[in-house]
Design a protein around this ligand. Structure first.
Ligand code: XBP
Ligand code: MG
Length: 253
């Protein structure tokens, strides 16, 4: 196995718990603004997460859960308008500090930078959302720590397709064997595995029951030295939390 050169991070659910109290709330606010009586509950949103991408998720909702809705003539534009309003709500919420990074994320990213590892993001969410999260929840200016931010509509086929990871590695001129991915969901690991990447999983409330077959390890969080992670599947070599030494060990196994 070649030496590990780069860490490729998913965003939603992996870096921060954004879905239930972030994206979902922003979708509902955009629906209200548009005079729609749609309300995505926590439970319904868990089902809607089977489809990645906000615009794709709204369409899926209309196709499967709200077939009675009288669709406007220009449905694509209508959905794009709702989604734009949703992004404005979501980025404002992040600027207000509504969503912190998950435990251990800042520590691991700092350690990766100190070890000279290259960093990138591979996500289906909108690019503005990534910047807003990094700048407000990681550190002002931290967007520049990431060599590539592969996000949103940059590739037409979103996760579970491998395209977003492949796009990021092409930009970095790296092979999958030189990288490792961090994911939180079934669609995420399907995407990273299809791109040929070893993958470390941290689950969250919506994804704890997902099938993570083939993951390098499945954790409940990256953990901190004084607040250890729980290992759900795999071997953490006795470590209390995910550090670069463990990431490198998992990569070389
Ligand atoms: C993230 C998503 C995104 C967000 C919403 O999945 O599915 O759709 O929920 O983002 P992953 P947008 O973590 O696997 O990348 O509304 O900006 O699309
Ligand atoms: Mg995710």
């Amino acid at each position: 196995m070649p030496e590990l050169k780069a860490l490729l991070f998913d965003v939603d659910g992996t870096l921060a718990d954004t879905e239930r109290d972030g994206h979902r709330v922003a979708f509902n606010a955009a629906f209200r603004d548009a005079g729609l009586d749609w309300e995505w509950s926590e439970a319904l949103y868990g089902e809607l997460l089977s489809v990645t991408g906000g615009k794709e998720r709204i369409r899926h909702y209309l196709d499967q859960y709200n077939t009675e809705f009288e669709r406007p003539d220009h449905l694509d534009e209508f959905i794009a308008g709702l989604h734009k309003a949703k992004t404005a709500h979501y980025t404002r919420m992040l600027a207000e500090g509504a969503i912190p990074m998950r435990p251990g994320v800042k520590r691991l990213i700092q350690e990766a930078r100190e070890s000279g590892l290259r960093l990138a993001v591979a996500t289906t969410t909108t690019p503005e959302n990534v910047t807003a999260l990094l700048e407000h929840a990681l550190e002002a200016g931290s967007t520049d720590w990431f060599e590539v931010i592969a996000a949103g509509d940059i590739v037409p086929a979103k996760k579970p397709a491998p395209d977003i990871y492949t796009w990021a590695m092409d930009k970095m001129k790296l092979s999958p064997q030189e990288c490792i991915a961090f994911e939180d969901s079934r669609n995420g690991i399907l995407s990273s595995h299809a791109a040929g990447l070893k993958t470390i999983i941290t689950v969250n409330g919506y994804t704890a029951e997902d099938d993570f077959s083939g993951a390098a390890i499945v954790l409940d969080s990256f953990g901190e030295p004084d607040a250890p992670f729980h290992v759900l599947d795999g071997d953490a070599a006795g470590k209390p939390c995910l550090d670069i030494e463990l990431v490198k060990a998992l990569h070389s196994r």
